[in-house]
Design a protein around this ligand. Structure first.
Ligand SMILES: [Zn+2]
Length: 369
């Protein structure tokens, strides 16, 4: 990193990435379908996303603005939902503000509720006040573009497409997809994991972990009852598949003639080396996802409590480097488990979870950083 880049970071400027929920390999497969009603929306979504990806922007971290610190951050979210009216200029027309009555538009109401559910988990479980822990307003736009098969965090707000109706439904349907996008914001304001390779896969995994935890919190599901799926309810009936990803069994979420097969590995033995998808960020995230699942189910009870707390401590604790690899993160979770719970079952469960995905020999590295 050059001196100017360091100076920008020091002033609170951070690189932000385009973080969509549906990775390019899925849309690419779909864009080659013989049926034009499947291929055309997928191709348009791919073209849109490729353009966004090359427009990596530098944004200002708004949490450092003095005015935002003047008042104590609220215990309540400050949500605004916009209707992009099928165009691509953001945010669009304001449709529902905080405390407003429900709209006649289900997408608007689901986005409002999903943002609220995400704020609530982070606040109730970890005491975090919004994305930046300083009460940052939460903005989302629905009905983005036409037949748009994705949802994304653009560094400042959440954006949701309606889906093509053939393969994908409205992206506001699964609460974990909304929470996934918001968690990209939390990561941006904390560890700021670079969106490439293993650090990018960790960034994706953080969003899947806390996305799933928001859903489990909403449903009151413990680790044993939870489905551990990301994006359940998003795929139409014509797709042979249940979701976009499975944390319980990576690689099994879908296996479909037009969508292809879920390419996620669950262990380091099957790690995928690729230059696509920012170096496989949505693919190899299956490995840390599965480690979290193993830790949470070994501990039992509500996964957002001990397992989630340990992951949250590492994400926000200041020791996680922006270019961290899986083993770095694993090491920090073992240390965080010890710091919070001592020599208990938590530390053992976390260490065994990483061993279960092929990341071993962590004890030797304690204190090495
Ligand atoms: Zn993502």
């Amino acid at each position: 990193m050059d001196a100017n880049a360091n100076a920008r970071l020091a002033r609170g400027h951070r690189h932000t990435a385009f973080c969509p929920i549906v990775p390019p390999h899925v849309l690419d497969k779909l864009s080659h379908a013989e049926d034009a009603s499947l291929a055309d929306p997928a191709r348009r979504t791919l073209e849109h996303d490729a353009l966004q990806r090359t427009r990596r922007r530098i944004t200002t971290v708004r949490g450092i603005i003095p005015a935002a610190r003047a008042a104590a951050p609220s215990d309540k979210p400050q949500r605004t939902i916009y209707d992009a009216q099928h165009r691509t200029s953001l945010p669009g027309r304001k449709t529902r503000g905080e405390g407003d009555q429900a709209s006649g538009d289900d997408s608007v109401n689901r986005a409002y509720d999903g943002l609220g559910a995400t704020f609530e988990l982070f606040f109730k479980a970890y005491g975090r006040r919004s994305i930046d822990d300083s009460g940052l307003p939460l903005n989302a736009s629905v009905h983005y573009s036409e037949g748009y098969n994705n949802a994304f965090w653009d560094g400042e707000q959440m954006v949701f497409g309606d889906g093509d109706g053939e393969v994908f439904k409205d992206f506001t349907i699964p609460v974990d997809v909304m929470a996934h996008e918001l968690t990209h914001g939390v990561t941006q304001y904390t560890a700021n994991l670079e969106y490439f390779g293993q650090s990018g896969a960790l960034n994706e995994s953080m969003s899947d972990v806390f996305g799933s935890l928001v859903k489990q919190h909403v449903l009151g599901h413990g680790a044993e009852e939870a489905d551990w799926l990301i994006g359940a309810g998003l795929l139409t009936d014509r797709v042979t598949g249940v979701a976009l990803r499975s944390m319980k069994a990576p690689g099994t979420a879908y296996d479909d003639d037009v969508l292809g097969k879920d390419p996620q590995p669950g262990t380091m033995d099957d790690y995928v080396h690729t230059s696509r998808d920012n170096g496989g960020v949505h693919i190899n995230s299956g490995i840390p996802n599965h480690a979290f699942y193993l830790a949470a189910t070994a501990l039992g009870g509500n996964a957002w409590e001990r397992a989630g707390q340990i992951w949250y401590d590492v994400l926000t604790g200041g020791d996680l480097a922006s270019d961290a690899e899986f083993a770095d993160f694993a090491q920090l979770t073992v240390a965080a488990a010890h710091a919070r719970y001592g020599e208990g079952e938590e530390q053992a469960a976390v260490r065994e979870a990483w061993a279960g995905v092929g990341i071993t020999d962590l004890r030797a590295h304690v204190g090495a950083r």
